[in-house]
Design a protein around this ligand. Structure first.
Ligand SMILES: C[S@@+](CC[C@H](N)C(=O)[O-])C[C@H]1O[C@@H](n2cnc3c(N)ncnc32)[C@H](O)[C@@H]1O
Ligand SMILES: [Zn+2]
Length: 174
């Protein structure tokens, strides 16, 4: 069967100590390996707002912003796919390449939760939460403005989505 997204069979979804469900390694994943390629529906800002009002109330928790005015969602009816369950960590082991590809930033051992830092993908829409990642360097509150922090821009260079990297580069030129 053709799939609209990809997840390596080295991971599985299970209950997470961070938040409800998360994605965990079943076996070792090497630095640089592709873990997931997100797919689904491309929706406009107008559609995003309509869905969040009517059908998919917490759509902002599961949408990936691709460009101003465009989002990727795995499903427009509120049903979730396995690749919707990657949790945020302030000490992540995965990062983003391009718009939709998640890769390992370091070797990940079997049993570890696969996480990325949401500042790598999120900006300009309302979503924040009290972080439960448990990392020593946890920033406690995660917001869609975190990509603006110079320390995070340095830490994740090469692992921001195209959309966020463009925003960082534009600010640097000002
Ligand atoms: C893409 S979902 C991740 C999957 C989610 N755990 C679930 O079971 O539906 C994103 C949402 O999960 C929650 N979440 C993810 N990482 C978190 C963290 N480090 N601390 C607290 N909540 C988190 C937040 O509500 C966030 O908006
Ligand atoms: Zn944290």
């Amino acid at each position: 069967m053709l799939e609209h997204s990809y997840m390596t069979d080295k991971v599985k979804v299970q209950r997470s100590g961070i938040d409800r469900r998360g994605v965990f390694a079943r076996s070792t994943i090497k630095k640089g390996e592709v873990i997931a390629v997100w797919g689904g529906h491309i929706i406009t800002e107008k559609e995003f707002k309509r869905l969040s009002r009517k059908i998919f109330k917490d759509i902002e928790n599961y949408a990936t912003k691709l460009a101003d005015g465009f989002y990727l969602v795995s499903c427009t009816k509120g049903g979730l796919e396995d690749d919707d369950f990657f949790n945020h960590s302030c000490n992540p082991n995965a990062g983003i390449k391009g718009h939709i590809m998640m890769v390992a930033m370091k070797n990940i051992r079997a049993g570890e939760e696969v996480t990325y830092d949401y500042c790598m993908t999120d900006a300009d829409f309302a979503c924040s939460f009290a972080c439960q990642c448990g990392a020593k360097n946890c920033r406690k509150i995660v917001t869609t403005d975190d990509w603006r922090k110079p320390s995070l821009q340095r830490k994740y260079r090469g692992y921001f989505s195209w959309y966020i990297q463009e925003k960082i580069d534009r600010r640097a030129k000002r």
